[in-house]
Design a protein around this ligand. Structure first.
Ligand code: BG6
Length: 493
């Protein structure tokens, strides 16, 4: 199977923080791939903008190194790399002063094409950059602003940030990235639900017992203590990625794939989440922090040992029993879980269907296991539908569970694109379906803030877990209390 790549119109991408970590690991490799596939026309420009003094030549060298480090050897072709590097430019710009802005304006020239300003910088300078872009007359009708999480630290700061960027850019020009929405399997969730007649009639509390969403990492703190220790797993992962996944599972069918049709439905889900506060936080949430243990086969230190002062009650793991209070989902728990230094790097959405109402088979048939749909986001993207079949061969009616498995790597001879590839070009196309609208971000904080306050009020501390396990035992109890189990235990991984 081959993919069709339709070139996008020529654009200028200005990447503030163009020499930073995100640009190096994600943005440059993603743009290289799109250019190598012929989707970016040669007159397009990618302009690195950062404080450092650097020539365009040096920036191209930086990009070449980024490609060597982050693109697989068999996907690097020297002619394509040269073609891509030819589109790169660099301007030294200081958000806090006048320095460099006139040069940027001169380089951009006429406002006759799509211009995207990507803020791959800390949120503290979003406002300054937006204001300077406005003051220099660089924002036209075809300009777009791309911002990354964290969009605020709580509802108040998110509101403030949205207000500030909204002074210079219209909401239809603002692209808030949640890179999980660019992942192939996440988009597949929409295809599965709305391009097949099979699931939608049973996608409700009459047929679904519960949903599990797990985003497990083996990574630890890395070099991000400054950011992470102030955020914790709930702000870093749940407020954005996990709630977005929950919305796509739980939303009503939108009338179309148009951005606002989809985002209106996601917003309704966020607004229907049952509040968690001091009265129920201890029953509905578990916080954890990893201690020393193992990750990917090597011994690793505990979270506190990685911090300079060795003190913190920041959670590196969180499990939440969420409920969507509406007709479709009444009584169906959504068990959410994410953590660092867990047993395995795996992100999965599990839809657990209810058991058959009555078994016609005798005890010799074995246990009837209820159907389960497994959407594996990473690694090895796959969709698996677990069903019961008759064990082949003579010897009576014995039943067993098998997976109708669709692995993307096996089924399609295409490279699995990184989420950023899709998202970066959607910005140019002006397609906001896979980006978060302002009210969505704020609605997510409106649900998250009371949980964090309730932790503080009730003094709910982190429980320790050993690095390389599935988190604190309380997280297992959270699900077992309801007579259920996390997927990996059932699957015996
Ligand atoms: C980021 C978080 O948004 O997502 C990181 O800040 C996390 O802490 C990362 O590691 C996970 O992304 P992915 O695509 O590797 O699952």
């Amino acid at each position: 199977m081959t993919s069709q790549f339709i070139p996008v119109e020529p654009f200028d991408y200005v990447v503030f923080g163009g020499t930073g970590d995100l640009a190096e690991r994600k943005l440059i490799p993603a743009l290289y791939h799109r250019a190598a596939d012929g989707q970016v026309l040669p007159s397009s420009r990618i302009i690195g903008a950062a404080r450092a003094e650097m020539s365009t030549e040096a920036f191209r060298e930086f990009a070449r190194q980024a490609i060597v480090a982050h693109v697989k050897p068999d996907e690097r072709r020297s002619d394509k790399i040269e073609f891509f590097l030819g589109m790169l430019h660099y301007v030294s710009v200081d958000a806090a002063s006048e320095r460099g802005w006139a040069e940027l304006k001169a380089l951009l020239g006429e406002d006759d094409r799509v211009r995207a300003f990507y803020l791959a910088v800390g949120p503290t300078i979003f406002a300054e950059i937006a204001a300077r872009l406005g003051a220099c007359g660089l924002i036209g009708a075809d300009s777009r602003l791309v911002v990354e999480k964290p969009i605020g630290h709580d509802l108040a700061s998110a509101h403030e940030l949205n207000l500030t960027i909204g002074r210079y850019f219209g909401e239809n020009q603002i692209f808030r990235i949640d890179h999980y929405l660019g992942k192939e399997t996440v988009q597949n969730l929409m295809a599965l639900r709305f391009a097949n007649a099979l699931y939608e009639p049973i996608w409700n509390s009459a047929h679904i017992d519960h949903v599990q969403i797990t985003v497990a990492e083996t990574l630890g703190l890395e070099a991000r203590a400054g950011y992470y220790d102030r955020s914790g797993a709930i702000r870093d992962m749940v407020q954005n990625h996990i709630l977005q996944l929950l919305c796509l599972v739980a939303m009503e069918p939108p009338a179309s794939i148009a951005a606002d049709a989809v985002r209106d439905e996601k917003l309704k889900v966020l607004r229907a989440l049952k509040p968690i506060d001091a009265s129920n936080v201890a029953d509905m949430t578990v916080r954890g922090q990893y201690g020393a243990g193992a990750a990917d086969g090597a011994a690793v230190p505990g979270y506190l040992e990685e911090l300079a002062d060795g003190k913190s009650d920041t959670e590196t793991f969180v499990a939440i029993k969420a409920e969507v209070e509406n007709w479709r989902w009444a009584g169906v728990p959504f068990y959410l879980r994410t953590g660092k230094r867990l047993a395995q790097r795996v992100s999965e959405i599990i839809i657990q269907f209810k058991p058959v109402p009555h078994s016609i088979f005798g005890p010799e048939a074995g246990r009837l296991i209820a159907n389960r749909l497994v959407l594996r986001l990473q690694p090895d993207e796959a969709v698996g539908q677990m069903i019961m079949i008759k064990d082949p061969g003579p010897g009576g009616m014995r039943l067993r569970q098998v997976a109708l498995d669709m692995s993307f790597a096996d089924s399609f001879a295409v490279r699995a694109p990184d989420a950023y590839e899709r998202l970066l070009l959607d910005v140019i196309r002006g397609n906001q379906t896979l980006f978060m609208r302002r009210d969505e971000v704020e609605a997510a904080w409106r649900w998250i803030d009371p949980i964090i306050s309730a932790w503080r009020e009730t003094g709910l501390k982190c429980r320790k877990y050993t690095a390389g396990t599935w988190g604190p035992s309380a997280a297992i109890a959270l699900v077992e209390r309801d007579g259920r189990t996390w997927h990996e235990e059932e699957a015996g991984d």
